[in-house]
Ligand binder design. Structure first.
Ligand SMILES: Cc1ncc(CN)c(N)n1
Length: 225
């Protein structure tokens, strides 16, 4: 079994180990193009439509995380953290609808592309009661953290993010969302500390698979169809 260095959680250890896919997910060319202002707006519109569908599919996943937090965690504060995330998805869906009108993207005609469908299938599989709580929380953290890191990068000093896109960047790049991701990470780390070797292997695998799905999602967006 992998040995964890002093004072570092498993997640940080795994991020170091899988640094190249982590960077590919959090510093993807699509995100960098938002930050440097060179973004192709048809790609942004593709991302907007596809992510709207993704988020609608993410709601039942987060609802299932919430049920697991109530039933399996043994810590009452887990439920509050996940409930906060679920509640903010309500605002997020409303935000998408406003952005859809602004960018003239008619969500009723958007068809989920392959990367979106595959990501959705992956989330569906994670909703099985067979999947351990530590594994689900690791996946949940990674899904949220990729967006937090990516969009926060578009707001860092020196950015040339187009004004019309800063709303998206603030949605996931704000300090409140960063704090929320850190709370989810703490839950995942606490669970991983007590996990068996088998669960650790599964959680590491799921972390890498989330990163791969995120990269594929950015790639799909960059395709801009
Ligand atoms: C593809 C994707 N990954 C993550 C998030 C953040 N909930 C999102 N909206 N879309």
């Amino acid at each position: 079994m992998e040995k964890k260095p002093e004072n570092r959680g498993m997640i940080d250890t795994w991020i170091d180990k899988h640094r190249s896919i982590y960077s590919a997910a959090t510093r993807h060319a699509f995100v960098v193009s938002i930050r440097d202002g060179s973004v192709d707006l048809s790609s942004f519109r593709t991302w907007l439509g596809q992510d709207y569908l993704f988020v609608r599919g993410f709601v039942p996943f987060v609802a299932s995380v919430l049920i697991r937090a109530c039933k399996d965690s043994g810590e009452s504060s887990d439920m509050e953290v996940v409930l906060g995330g679920l509640a903010s998805l309500n605002d997020e869906i409303e935000w998408f609808k406003r952005e859809g009108s602004k960018w003239d993207v008619d969500f009723s005609t958007v068809v989920p592309q392959n990367a979106n469908q595959e990501y959705r299938r992956f989330l569906d599989a994670l909703m099985s009661s067979e999947v351990k709580y530590a594994v689900i929380m690791t996946a949940f953290w990674a899904i949220e953290a990729v967006y937090q890191e990516s969009f926060a990068h578009c707001l860092e000093d020196g950015n040339k993010t187009p004004v019309g896109l800063t709303g998206a960047c603030h949605r996931w790049g704000n300090d409140g969302f960063k704090q929320y991701c850190s709370s989810v990470k703490n839950i995942a780390e606490r669970c991983l500390e007590n996990a068996s070797g088998e669960v650790l292997v599964e959680a590491e695998d799921v972390l890498v698979r989330v990163l791969e799905h995120e990269v594929a999602f950015w790639e799909m967006s960059r395709g801009g169809q």
